[in-house]
Design a protein around this ligand. Structure first.
Ligand code: AMP
Length: 396
């Protein structure tokens, strides 16, 4: 796996695909700079080597040129975070870019306009990718958030750089973190899969059953399993067409020696609302008219014990409706159990679902070993797929 460390960028122009798809408020101020900060180490290393940098990214989902989606809005934030002047060019191909690239001095940074102003980007158009490839000597992909897309700038462009392409530090760290969980893991390994639906997580469950010792299944998914096992789930969320699948997963886990843990008790509510009446009930005996919206206290004690004994932890999806205060306790407690296990030496990876939002919301992010920057991309990796953006760098 070729990374940034395999190259010396002295007198080289690096063209970097970054993920600067950041949220903006109504005055076009960047409201979350995480993605820009995440790209800084890669940019710093190239500049420190004596190279120059051409940054390319998408922003939002524009249909053609549209100033609302211009990357010009983020230049001030990028300059502030990088501590470096950034020259913006108001196109991503054509003569204006050619001129800016030709006059790019050692140590300078150029930011191209939104790639998605051209439909060719998402189509993975080869001539468009070839045009982009003229703007750098070495191609660096550091955009994990779009690595699952075979777009011109994330995948197709790599074919124009035989032996002169590599992963940026962020993308390398994402790959390394997932490998620590799925291939070179220290046992016991525990995966926590939460979120709303079995249907959206089934491929992940199937893929990781071979790699884990314990699987905690929580969130809305719980009730499809509990109903399949003959429990009464009241009005809890359930996918009736997945009951057989749930039984098959449990059977498969047994064959593979994986211990599946479902919540044994839940916080049940009489409506889907923050100020609903609530009660703690056995997960198999939820009264009619009530729905399970969070894991209960007995379950949290069991989960804590399992996590305490784990050396590798993967967390994908919340344990309850954490967006509402009343039903956030389970997700917070689980996050704290993972934080303690991490402090005691376990490796913890959070990614591929709303658990990333949850750890950020509850200030737990610094207590995890790694929090992934790519939702969809991480989910596809957990499903066992080879991401096109990663394959494109690996294929010489
Ligand atoms: P995901 O995107 O698959 O990680 O799903 C996250 C969503 O699942 C969050 O918006 C949670 O509110 C929701 N969720 C978690 N537990 C439950 C539950 N018991 N009932 C309904 N929705 C839930």
């Amino acid at each position: 796996m070729k990374t940034l460390q395999d190259f010396n960028f002295n007198n080289q122009k690096a063209i970097i695909r970054v993920d600067f798809n950041v949220p903006l408020d109504e005055n076009f101020n960047v409201t979350d700079t995480t993605r820009i900060e995440a790209a800084k180490p890669t940019i710093d290393k190239i500049i420190a080597d004596g190279g120059s940098v051409v940054l390319m990214s998408h922003l939002g989902r524009p249909k053609g040129f549209d100033d609302q989606f211009s990357l010009r809005h983020i230049v001030v934030s990028v300059e502030k975070i990088l501590g470096h002047k950034v020259t913006f060019v108001n196109d991503c191909i054509g003569s204006v870019v050619e001129e800016a690239v030709a006059s790019l001095d050692k140590g300078s940074i150029l930011l191209l306009e939104n790639l998605r102003f051209y439909g060719e980007e998402e189509k993975g158009d080869i001539p468009f990718a070839e045009k982009l490839s003229k703007f750098g000597d070495i191609y660096v992909n550091d955009a994990f958030g779009t690595a699952h897309r075979a777009h011109a700038s994330t995948t197709i462009i790599a074919q124009f750089y035989p032996h002169k392409k590599c992963f940026g530090l962020l993308l390398a760290k994402e790959i390394d973190s997932i490998n620590k969980v799925l291939s070179d893991s220290v046992k016991p390994v525990t995966a926590i899969l939460g979120g709303s639906k079995v249907s959206s997580k089934i491929t992940v469950i199937e893929n990781i059953l071979d790699k884990v010792n314990h699987m905690i299944i929580g969130g809305g998914m719980t009730f499809t399993f509990v109903k399949a096992l003959g429990g009464s789930i009241g009005n809890s969320i359930c996918e009736d067409d997945k009951l057989e699948l749930a039984i098959n997963i449990l059977k498969l886990a047994k064959e593979k020696g994986v211990q599946i843990h479902l919540p044994i008790d839940v916080i049940a509510a009489d409506s889907f609302s923050n100020d609903a009446n609530t009660q703690v009930v056995d997960v198999k005996s939820i009264p009619d008219g009530w729905q399970g919206l969070d894991a209960g206290p007995k379950s949290l004690i069991i989960f804590d014990r399992i996590l305490n004994d784990s050396k590798t932890i993967l967390w994908n999806g919340p344990l309850g409706v954490f967006e509402m205060d009343t039903f956030s306790k389970g997700t917070i407690a689980l996050g704290e159990s993972i934080a303690t296990a991490t402090k005691n030496g376990a490796f913890s990876l959070v990614g591929g679902g709303d658990s990333v939002a949850a750890v950020k919301q509850f200030g737990l992010e610094p207590k995890m070993s790694y929090v992934s920057t790519g939702g969809g991309a991480m989910l596809e990796m957990l499903e066992g797929r080879v991401l096109p953006g990663i394959a494109a760098i690996l294929n010489e």
